[in-house]
Design a protein around this ligand. Structure first.
Ligand code: APR
Length: 309
């Protein structure tokens, strides 16, 4: 357990993340910060009132002031707005970049030793904004995407094979978007290569569904996007850090030569422990996978130019 974890943004993803962190008692205090007066306070009080029933002692606090979050070991950033009708992708990008810039300045001022887990979208670019604005070393700015995308992929595979989700090992790399790269060559069921259990057409359909997994949920919800699985993913990353588990999880990391690329956030296998990203694992990729990763990198570089940092 650490003393304090802060979640910025008390919306669907942020509030669910705070509740899960508290239930797992990963911090003595879980602080939710939001710009809207009353929302973080009300949600935090509601969550704290669930503590006697759920049986956790982590204190959940809601506030509009970063002073309460000072000295956090981890800050999970979920602040942002969803795309509104008539808004271009670039408008959304600039609005959320402005929000993440302001949030990052506050993190730098109040929690200078924190590990930042970026959740706000577009993920890879928002992680870049946080890295630039905080000036933190790259080990301490991590994007949450791969754990979520991999969870979706594993859930779909478990359905198709009618086996436990626990027995499916897999890795989705690349950017958090249509160009993500589910690695079929590293997908197994208790060590059995998935290609021995599912034919190529079924696997390709699952890969496609994974790539559009976020959109599938938005289509159902109509007015919002996914938050149960995204918050689970962010909390699994927090847990790996707090408990120094050295878990190998796909995370968006700032590349500096790994996979032959530099100067961008991209989903790659990372070892997560108390110091944040303790290692980026470089695995062998097939020619197709390498090409897909390069295409994904191009898709991330393009919007990076728009925010102009
Ligand atoms: N500082 C703090 N909080 C802010 C700021 C800011 N500058 N600007 C906006 N917020 C808050 C909003 O008040 C709102 O409570 O961010 C919250 C966003 O919540 P939702 O609209 O419910 O969005 P959510 O579904 O939680 O998604 C948040 O995570 O998965 C990503 O794509 C998703 O970028 C989105 C983010």
């Amino acid at each position: 357990m650490v003393e304090k974890i802060t979640v910025v943004g008390a919306g669907n993803v942020g509030a669910t993340t705070a509740q899960r962190l508290a239930e797992k008692e990963l911090a003595r205090q879980v602080v939710m910060v939001d710009v809207v007066d009353g929302v973080p306070q009300g949600k935090a009080l509601d969550q704290w009132e669930s503590a006697p029933i759920e049986g956790f002692d982590a204190r959940v606090i809601g506030t509009n002031d970063y002073a309460a979050s000072a000295g956090s070991a981890i800050v999970v950033v979920t602040a942002g707005i969803a795309r509104k009708p008539g808004m271009s992708r670039d408008d959304l990008l600039n609005t959320n970049a402005g929000i993440v810039k302001q949030v990052s300045e506050q993190i730098k001022a109040t929690s200078p030793n924190a590990i930042v887990i970026m959740v706000s979208n577009p993920l890879d670019v928002m992680a870049y904004v946080a890295l630039k604005v905080t000036g933190f070393p790259r080990q301490r700015v991590i994007g949450m995407a791969g754990v979520l995308d991999t969870a979706r992929y594993r859930a779909f595979l478990a359905d198709a094979l009618d086996v436990s989700v626990r027995d499916i090992q897999a890795m989705v790399l690349g950017g958090h978007g249509d160009t993500m790269v589910p690695l079929i060559s590293y997908t197994s069921v208790s060590g059995i290569p998935v290609t021995q259990l599912l034919d190529r057409a079924k696997l390709d359909a699952i890969v496609d569904r994974t790539r559009t997994g976020g959109a599938e949920i938005v289509k159902y919800l109509k007015t919002g996007s996914a938050y149960y699985a995204p918050s689970s993913a962010a909390v699994q990353m927090c847990e790996a850090i707090v408990l120094d588990q050295k878990r190998v999880l796909p995370c968006a990391a700032w590349l500096d030569g790994e996979y032959g690329m530099s100067g961008l956030f991209l989903g790659v296998p990372c070892k997560l422990g108390r110091r944040g990203i303790e290692q980026i694992l470089q695995v062998e990729l097939t020619g197709d996978e390498r090409a897909a990763l390069a295409k994904s990198a191009d898709a991330v570089r393009e919007p990076m130019k728009v925010v102009g940092l």
